[in-house]
Write a protein that binds this ligand. Structure first.
Ligand code: AMP
Length: 588
C-alpha cells in the first residue's frame, strides 16, 4: 500500500478534532487498506509501531532527525535549525525543505506503508555503539524517497509528535462501520480489545474474519488483559445499599497491581497500566511458577512491600526502590515483598472471565498454593455493616488501605470501572498533630543490613490507672545506621530473661527489655486494634488502640522517665480529636 494514501489521510485528520469527521476519514482509509496492512496502519495512526505493552519505543531525538534531514537534502544543519525555529514543528520544517528538493530532483521510488513500517521497526530495535549512525542512515534513506507530506508524517511518527487525536474508541467505531456497516458492533470490538490490549490485532481479525472472528476472539496468553476497576464508596452503609445481602470483602492492599502470565518456564508481569514490569520483580519470576498448579494461567495479585521481621504490610512507596535498571538484586533483598493473589482470569487454555466471583476465587485457591511469599488476599463474606467495619479495621491495622467489596455472582469485566467492585478506603489519613513519647518494651532482631541490631522495636504507652506499659505499635522505620547502633548499646543493658510484669501485651518479641527507655515517634493515624493493649476496652470492648505507620523521629528521650511517656488518656484524646476532624471533613 502506498504510504501517500496514509499521509493524505493523516493530513485530513490533522485538520479536524470532530469525532464524527475523524471516524469518516478513518472509514475511507480502512476501505483502501489491504488486510495484511491494517494492523500497521492502526498502530501508526496512534503514533506507535507496536501495542504499548511491548514497550517498543522509537526514541529518536530531534538532533538526530535534523542530521538526517540535512543528509538527505544537502541543506546545512544551521539552515534547518532556522526553518525549524520559524515553523515551530520539525515535521513541518522537513516538508518545506523536501518541497525545495523535489523541485530540483526526481524521486527514486514510491514508498510503501510496509517499507516505512519495517524501517521504523528496525530503528526502534537498534542498540549499541553505532546505533545513532545507523538510525540516521535509515531515516535519511526514507526521506530521500519521500514527498514533502510523507516526510512530514514520517518525522512526526519518529519524534512522537503525531497527534491526530484519534481515541481508541474512534478507531473501533470506524472498524465496525467499515467491516460490518453497523456501529453497534463496536461493543464486540471493545471486548476483543479489552482481552488483548492490541488494537492492531483486533483490526486484522475483523478485516480477515469479519464480526464472527471478533465474537470468538479469545484471550491471548502474554497479551495483558485490561484490568477491572472499582467504584469508590464512602461508607459501609453505601455498600449494603448497593450490593444488598451478601458479598465478598477483601483487603485492599497498598501495593502494585501485577497481572501474571505463566506458561511452563515463561512468566511475564504486567502493571496496571499494562507495562511489562517483569524486570523489577525477579523474586516473583523465580518463586511464583513453583506455587502454581496449572499448565498455563493468568493471575492478578497485589505485590506489597513488607517488614520482613514482623510481616506487616508497608506502604506503596517502598516498592519504588525497585524501579531501577541495575542492582535490582540489592533492592529485592532490602525491600522484600509478598505477592497477594486476588483473581484468576485464564487457566489451562480457558478464559475464566465469564465465571462468577465465587467460582473464580475457588479456582484461585485451588491453583495457587500459599507459602511465605505467595498468599491469597484475605477475604471474608460479609452480610451487614458491622461485618464490614470489623474487617475494615483489621485490614487497616495490618497496614492495608481499606477494603475491596465484590459481588459474588458477577463475572470479571475486563477494562471497565463497573459497579460490581467497590472500594472503601479510610478517608481520614490526617497526620497526628503531635509526636508521641513511647516506652521501648521489646525488640526483634534485624535482617539484611540490620543484622546484629534490633531492626524493629515494640513500643508502649503508660497506663496511669494500672501503672503498666501497654503495647501500642511496632516501629521499624525512621532509623539510621547510627541510631540503630546507639539504641542497641543502650538496650542491651536492659534485656531481661522474663517479661517484666508491668508490661501488658499479647505480642511476642525476640527479646524483652526493662521498661526504662523512651523514644519519640510520629504516626499517620490512631486506629482501633484487636491486638494492642493501649486504652483497651476504653473505646470498644475487647479492642485497644494502635498507631498506623509509626516512625522513629530520631530522638531518644533519655531525659524522660517512663512514667512521663505518653499516657493512654492522651492517646484517647488524640483518637477522639482525629475522629472529629474526619467527621467535620465529611460534613464539608
Ligand atoms: P483504585 O486504583 O483506587 O481504583 O483501586 C484499585 C487498585 O487497588 C487495584 O488496581 C489494585 O492495585 C489495588 N488492590 C488492592 N487490593 C485489591 C483487591 N483485593 N482487589 C482488587 N484490587 C486491589
Amino acid at each position: 500500500m502506498e504510504f501517500a494514501i496514509l499521509s493524505d489521510a493523516f493530513d485530513k485528520m490533522e485538520s479536524t478534532r470532530k469525532r464524527l469527521e475523524l471516524t469518516q476519514f478513518l472509514v475511507e482509509l480502512f476501505e483502501k487498506t489491504p488486510n495484511e496492512v491494517i494492523s500497521k496502519i492502526v498502530y501508526l495512526l496512534q503514533g506507535k509501531i507496536r501495542p504499548d505493552f511491548e514497550g517498543i519505543e522509537l526514541g529518536v531525538a530531534e538532533k538526530l532527525a535534523i542530521r538526517a534531514i540535512s543528509k538527505s537534502s544537502g541543506i546545512p544543519i544551521k539552515k534547518i535549525n532556522e526553518i525549524y525555529q520559524r515553523e515551530g514543528d520539525l515535521g513541518h520544517a522537513a516538508s518545506i525543505i523536501l518541497e525545495q528538493k523535489t523541485q530540483t530532483t526526481f524521486m527514486v521510488e514510491d514508498i510503501t506503508v510496509e517499507r516505512v513500517y519495517e524501517t521504523l521497526l528496525k530503528i526502534a530495535n537498534l542498540e549499541g555503539m553505532r546505533s545513532q549512525d545507523m538510525k540516521m542512515k535509515y531515516i535519511s534513506s526514507l526521506l530521500n524517497d519521500a514527498s514533502p507530506i510523507e516526510g512530514k508524517f514520517i518525522l512526526k511518527i519518529l519524534l512522537g509528535t503525531l497527534r491526530l487525536g484519534v481515541a481508541e474508541n474512534t478507531v473501533m467505531d470506524a472498524l465496525a462501520i467499515t467491516f460490518t456497516k453497523n456501529k453497534e458492533n463496536r461493543k464486540f470490538l471493545q471486548h476483543a480489545y479489552n482481552v488483548s490490549s492490541d488494537l492492531g490485532k483486533v483490526a486484522e481479525k475483523i478485516s480477515i474474519e469479519g464480526i464472527r472472528g471478533i465474537k470468538e476472539f479469545e484471550i491471548i496468553l502474554f497479551n495483558p488483559i485490561r484490568p477491572m476497576l472499582a467504584d469508590r464508596i464512602k461508607s459501609e452503609e453505601e455498600a449494603v445499599i448497593k450490593f444488598g445481602k451478601e458479598f465478598a470483602a477483601e483487603y485492599k492492599l497498598d501495593g502494585e497491581r501485577v497481572q501474571i502470565h505463566i506458561e511452563g518456564d515463561k512468566i511475564v508481569l504486567f502493571s496496571r497500566s499494562l507495562e511489562n514490569i517483569s524486570s523489577y520483580y525477579p523474586d516473583i519470576i523465580e518463586k511464583i511458577p513453583k506455587v502454581i498448579q496449572a499448565e498455563n494461567v493468568i493471575l492478578e495479585a497485589e505485590a506489597v512491600a513488607i517488614n520482613e521481621n514482623t510481616g506487616e504490610f508497608l506502604p506503596f512507596q517502598e516498592l519504588m526502590h525497585r524501579r531501577r535498571k541495575y542492582k535490582i538484586e540489592k533492592a529485592v533483598t532490602q525491600y522484600p515483598i509478598t505477592i497477594n493473589f486476588f483473581d484468576i482470569l485464564f487457566c489451562n487454555g480457558n478464559s475464566c472471565l465469564e465465571m462468577n466471583y465465587k467460582e473464580r476465587r475457588k479456582k484461585l485457591e485451588k491453583i495457587v498454593k500459599e507459602n511465605e511469599f505467595a498468599k491469597h488476599i484475605p477475604m471474608i463474606i460479609v452480610k451487614n455493616e458491622n461485618d464490614i467495619t470489623e474487617f475494615l479495621e483489621n485490614s487497616i491495622n495490618e497496614g492495608s488501605e481499606g477494603l475491596m467489596l465484590k459481588m459474588l455472582d458477577k463475572p470479571y469485566q475486563a477494562g471497565s470501572r463497573g459497579s460490581h467492585w467497590l472500594k472503601l478506603k479510610r478517608e481520614y489519613q490526617n497526620e497526628l498533630g503531635d509526636s508521641l513519647d513511647l516506652v521501648v518494651i521489646g525488640g526483634y532482631f534485624g535482617k539484611g543490613r540490620r543484622t546484629g541490631n534490633y531492626g524493629t522495636l515494640l513500643l508502649a504507652t503508660y497506663d496511669e490507672d494500672e501503672d503498666t506499659f501497654t503495647s501500642i505499635c511496632k516501629v521499624g522505620t525512621g532509623f539510621t545506621d547510627e541510631s540503630l547502633d546507639q539504641l542497641y548499646q543502650i538496650l542491651n543493658s536492659k534485656v531481661t530473661i522474663k517479661k517484666n510484669p508491668r508490661i501488658d501485651t499479647e505480642m511476642e518479641a525476640d527479646v524483652w527489655f526493662e521498661p526504662e527507655l523512651v523514644i519519640e515517634v510520629v504516626a499517620s493515624e490512631i486506629t482501633i486494634s484487636p491486638i494492642h493493649k493501649a486504652a483497651k476496652n476504653k473505646i470498644r470492648k475487647d479492642t485497644g488502640l494502635a498507631l498506623r505507620f509509626p516512625k522513629f523521629t530520631g530522638k531518644i528521650r533519655i531525659e524522660k522517665t517512663v512514667e512521663n511517656a505518653s499516657t493512654n488518656e492522651e492517646i484517647i484524646t488524640l483518637y477522639q480529636g482525629q475522629k472529629k476532624v474526619a467527621h467535620n471533613k465529611s460534613l464539608m
